[in-house]
Write a protein that binds this ligand. Structure first.
Ligand code: C2E
Ligand code: MG
Ligand code: MG
Ligand code: MG
Length: 294
């Protein structure tokens, strides 16, 4: 509370804070309505195997189309959904929509894996139901093999010492669903988590990929990350691969998978199908890989 002794200059910060809070509350209200009215859809971004040039998985990414304000970035609303608990109904919707689409893609004779992002709040919901139970039921409902689904978590989920969360991850892993560590290198988690938690794959954050062709320090960092992952026998996905130079550099390091605008932007399901059906979409890169290797 601002002082009431007439020294108005102590209050100069207050209006800004109120504006920020107002904007936040407004976003929260709209988000609440959006969850009720279903203003979301999913897009799918292909992930390519850098050795074979084939696309065997996609990452599901949520999109919110607000009727007044247009497309709102998940980076703006996912944190608010987490704080308000709205991530619970939203997370369930994401899971069911992604698996509905995956089952449909499989029905068309296209083999594909689906990566689904989950936030820390989703591990155990307020009713005490663990996400792994929800996941197991959903896999049964849509008759999807656990091998065809990956869960992406961020380091923040591992940072807070919550034994229930580790339990949830272990059970997911036991189901046969692999867990990917997203945005690797941006969090503050101790590296020991990599061996303590059931992580199968590391995704290097796009902020590192951005500078690999012009910043020597990032080149060194990427090399170190790739080497560490190789020693731990963890495959790597490079996020945010936008240029051929970045691709070549990563291929030279023997990086396993790439995801980014060079391969494809996130696509609606209608656009994804023809993309996947194209004859060997990344063959030219695979061919080139053989050249690079020799
Ligand atoms: P993320 O999981 O690390 O997803 C990758 C982000 O990088 C996506 O942003 C994707 O569109 C973007 N991206 C991919 N390739 C490129 C590239 O070549 N260049 C650049 N500049 N960006 C690229 P998006 O879709 O805006 O999502 C942002 C974040 O929001 C995600 O980061 C994830 O943390 C969160 N998010 C998105 N969808 C979901 C969801 O369904 N559930 C949860 N819990 N979080 C989600
Ligand atoms: Mg992700
Ligand atoms: Mg990521
Ligand atoms: Mg990221």
């Amino acid at each position: 509370q601002a002082k009431r002794d007439g020294r108005a200059h102590y209050q100069y910060y207050a209006p800004e804070m109120n504006l920020e809070m107002l904007a936040r509350m407004h976003l929260e209200q709209r988000l609440r309505r959006a969850v009720k009215q279903g203003e979301f859809h999913l897009e799918y971004q292909p992930i390519v195997d850098m050795r074979t040039g084939t696309i065997n998985s996609v990452e599901a990414l949520i999109r919110w189309h607000d009727p007044e304000h247009g497309l709102i970035s998940p980076e703006a609303f996912i944190p608010i959904a987490e704080e308000t608990g709205l991530i619970e109904p939203l997370g369930e919707w994401i899971l069911h929509q992604a698996l509905t689409d995956l089952a449909d893609i499989h029905a068309q004779g296209i083999p594909l894996c689906m990566a689904i992002n989950i936030s820390a709040r989703q591990c155990i919901n307020t009713k005490g139901i663990s996400f792994c139970q929800t996941l197991q039921e959903a896999l049964e409902t849509y008759a999807i093999s656990p091998k065809d689904v990956h869960i992406e978590i961020t380091e923040s989920l591992l940072i807070e010492d919550k034994p229930q969360r580790l339990q949830c991850l272990n059970t997911i892993k036991q189901l046969g669903v692999d867990i990917y560590l997203d945005d690797f290198g941006t969090g503050y988690s101790a590296l020991s988590y990599l061996t303590k938690c059931p992580i199968s794959v590391i995704k290097i954050d796009k902020s590192f990929i951005e500078n690999i062709t012009n910043k020597q320090s990032d080149v060194k960092l990427i090399r170190a990350i790739v080497m560490m992952a190789k020693n731990l026998e963890l495959p790597i996905v490079a996020e945010g691969v936008e240029t051929r130079q970045q691709w070549d550099f990563l291929q030279g390091l023997d990086c396993d998978y790439a995801q980014g605008y060079l391969i494809s932007r996130p696509l609606t399901k209608a656009h994804l199908l023809p993309f996947l059906q194209q004859a060997v979409p990344f063959q030219y890169l695979a061919d080139n890989y053989e050249l690079v290797k020799q």
